[in-house]
Design a protein around this ligand. Structure first.
Ligand code: DAH
Length: 495
C-alpha cells in the first residue's frame, strides 16, 4: 500500500504498564460516556411512549465531543499519546531530527507548522488528497477512527489542502504525530512522527510567466553538494510516472522535479554526514558506518502526486526507504482555491531517520522517560551515537487459538470469524495489555482444519522491558491477560 510506505518504515507501539508514561500527568480528557436509554415500559400497559431525547454515545477528547458509531476503533491507550508530542520535546531525538530537517527549509520561504491537531476529518486525511474509496489505507484495520467521519491522522499530508488554502508562503514544513494500526516489532509503533514539506510557484507572479525558468533559477540558489545520486529513470514515464499533461508542460515538471530532488538530497547529505561524523567520533570502525553515502531515487505512486518518487539510502547493507515525494496533483491547488500555483511536496518519517542518525535499535525507546535514554541527546549541533544502557532478558510465550467458524452467529459483529479476522486486531490487543513490554509479535503457525474448515493461528509474543528485568510472575500475568482479552474481544477459542 503505497500511501503508507513512508510511515511503515517508522511504526511503533505504545505503552501502559511500562511505567514510562505517568498517567497522572496526562491532561487529555478521554471520557467515553454511554448514556442510558429510559427503561422500557411494559408493552401491554398502553402507556404513552416516552420520547426523551436519548443522546448518542460520545467520546470526549481535548474538550471536544465525538459521537461514537460502528467505525469507532480508537482505544483510550492510543488517545493517551496525543499529549506527548515528541517532535516538540526539547533535546528529544525526534525533535532534534525535526530541527535538522527544518534547517534545510528556512523561513521566510518556508513557514513551519508544528502544532496541528491530530484529529482530522476523513475528508482531510483521504478525500482532499484524491484517495479512491477502496484504498486500503481507509480500512478500519489500518486506521484509527473516532467515528465514520473522523480519524487520527495517518500522515501529515492530511493538512496539505488547508495549508494550500491558507496560502501564507511559497513553502512550508509540518511536523506532527501520526497514527496507524500496525504490526509490533522494533521498527513499528502505532504512533510516530512525520515531517511534510512543500514548495510552490505562482504562474501569475514568476517573471514573464515562465515557471520552468523561475524554478531553475531558484534551484541555482540551493546549497551545492557533491553526493553521487543514482537516478536511472526518466523524470516522466507515460505509464509508470506520468506527466499531468492537462496542467503542466514537460519543462515545468522537469524543473519542479529537479528542484525537489536537489532540495531533498541536501537534507540527506546533512543528516547522514552528521550520522557518519557521530559514528566516526564514537570510534566505530564498522566499514558500513563510514562507507561513502549511497542514495537512489526510485519511481513511486501516491494518489496526490504525479510523477512521484521515493528516496532510498544504502545503510548497513540494505536500501532503506526514507521519504516519499512528487509533483503535487494540480487538483489539490484547484480545490484549495489557488489554481495558479504548482509545485512539489514530500513526507519523511522522523523516527526512522532518527534511528539511523543515532543508531537507536528499538523504536519503543523514543517513548521512554528513562534518563539513561533521554540524557544522551542534547542539541542539533552535537549528534552522537546512542549507547545502549543495558539489554534485559527477553521471554517469549506462544498463544494459539481457533477463529470462530464463519457460520457462527454468536458474539456480534466485532468478533473475529474467518472473514473479518485481521492480524492488526491481535496486535492491538497485545499492545493494549502489554504496552511497551512487548518487543515483537510474530505469526508462527497457521492451520485450517481439513474437516471443519476452521482456522487456527499461533502467535509468538516476545516480552522484554527496555528498562529492567521482568519477573516470571509478571510475564505470566501479562500473557494470561492477553489470552483472556483475545477471547473477550475477538471471541476466539484458545487451544
Ligand atoms: N504521505 C505519504 C506517506 O505517508 C508521504 C508523502 C508522499 C507525502 C508524497 C507527500 C508526498 O507530501 O508528496 O507515505
Amino acid at each position: 500500500m503505497r500511501l503508507l510506505a513512508t510511515g511503515r518504515a517508522v511504526r511503533f507501539t505504545w505503552s501502559k504498564r511500562s511505567g514510562t508514561i505517568s498517567r497522572a500527568k496526562l491532561w487529555i480528557n478521554v471520557n467515553i460516556q454511554y448514556q442510558q436509554r429510559p427503561q422500557s415500559t411494559a408493552a401491554h400497559t398502553a402507556a404513552p411512549t416516552f420520547k426523551s431525547p436519548v443522546k448518542a454515545p460520545a467520546l470526549e477528547v481535548d474538550g471536544k465531543l465525538y459521537s461514537v458509531d460502528d467505525w469507532t476503533n480508537v482505544p483510550a491507550s492510543i488517545l493517551s499519546f496525543l499529549p506527548r508530542k515528541l517532535h516538540l520535546q526539547p533535546s528529544h531525538p525526534v525533535s532534534i531530527t525535526r530541527q535538522v530537517i527544518e534547517s534545510n527549509f528556512p523561513s521566510p520561504t518556508y513557514t513551519h507548522y508544528n502544532h496541528l491537531h491530530p484529529i482530522v476529518s476523513v475528508a482531510q486525511n483521504f478525500d482532499s488528497l484524491g484517495f479512491p474509496q477502496d484504498h486500503p489505507g481507509r480500512s478500519r484495520s489500518d486506521t484509527y477512527y473516532l467515528n465514520k467521519d473522523t480519524v487520527l491522522r495517518t500522515h501529515t499530508s492530511a493538512h496539505e489542502a488547508e495549508i494550500f488554502r491558507d496560502n501564507k508562503s511559497e513553502g512550508y514544513t509540518i511536523s506532527a504525530d501520526v497514527y496507524r494500526r500496525d504490526a509490533i516489532d522494533r521498527s513499528h509503533y502505532p504512533v510516530f512522527h512525520q515531517m511534510e514539506g512543500a514548495r510552490m510557484w505562482d504562474r501569475r507572479k514568476v517573471l514573464g510567466g515562465d515557471v520552468a525558468k523561475a524554478v531553475w533559477k531558484d534551484l541555482e540558489l540551493l546549497p551545492k553538494h557533491n553526493l553521487e545520486v543514482e537516478d536511472p529513470n526518466p523524470t516522466i514515464h507515460p505509464e509508470r510516472n506520468p506527466l499531468q499533461a492537462e496542467h503542466h508542460t514537460t519543462e515545468e515538471a522537469e524543473a519542479i522535479a529537479a528542484h525537489l530532488k536537489k532540495s531533498l538530497e541536501g537534507v540527506v547529505v546533512e543528516l547522514f554526514s552528521r550520522a557518519r561524523n557521530a559514528a566516526a567520533a564514537a570510534g566505530n570502525a564498522d566499514a558500513n558506518a563510514i562507507e561513502p553515502l549511497r542514495v537512489r531515487w526510485v519511481e513511486a505512486y501516491f494518489p496526490f502526486t504525479s510523477p512521484s518518487w521515493e528516496l532510498e539510502v544504502f545503510w548497513q547493507g540494505d536500501w532503506l526507504e526514507i521519504l516519499g515525494c512528487g509533483v503535487t496533483k494540480q487538483e489539490l491547488y484547484i480545490n484549495a482555491g489557488v489554481p495558479h500555483k504548482l509545485g512539489w511536496a514530500f513526507g519523511i518519517g522522523l523516527e526512522r531517520v532518527a534511528m539511523l542518525l543515532y543508531s537507536i535499535p528499538d523504536i519503543r525507546l523514543f517513548w521512554s522517560n528513562d534518563p539513561r535514554f533521554l540524557s544522551q541527546f542534547s542539541t542539533l549541533e552535537k549528534i552522537s551515537t546512542y549507547v545502549p544502557f543495558s539489554k534485559y532478558p527477553a521471554c517469549y510465550k506462544d498463544v494459539s487459538f481457533w477463529l470462530r467458524s464463519s457460520s457462527s452467529s454468536a458474539g456480534g459483529g466485532s468478533k473475529a470469524n474467518a472473514q473479518d479476522f485481521h492480524e492488526n486486531d491481535v496486535m492491538e490487543i497485545v499492545r493494549d495489555v502489554g504496552g511497551d513490554l512487548v518487543e515483537d509479535v510474530r505469526l508462527t503457525d497457521e492451520f485450517t482444519h481439513p474437516a471443519s474448515g476452521r482456522k487456527s493461528f499461533c502467535y509468538r509474543i516476545n516480552y522484554r522491558s527496555l528498562e529492567r528485568t521482568l519477573t516470571n510472575e509478571e510475564t505470566n500475568q501479562l500473557h494470561d491477560d492477553v489470552r483472556k482479552s483475545l477471547v473477550e474481544k475477538l471471541g476466539v477459542e484458545l487451544r
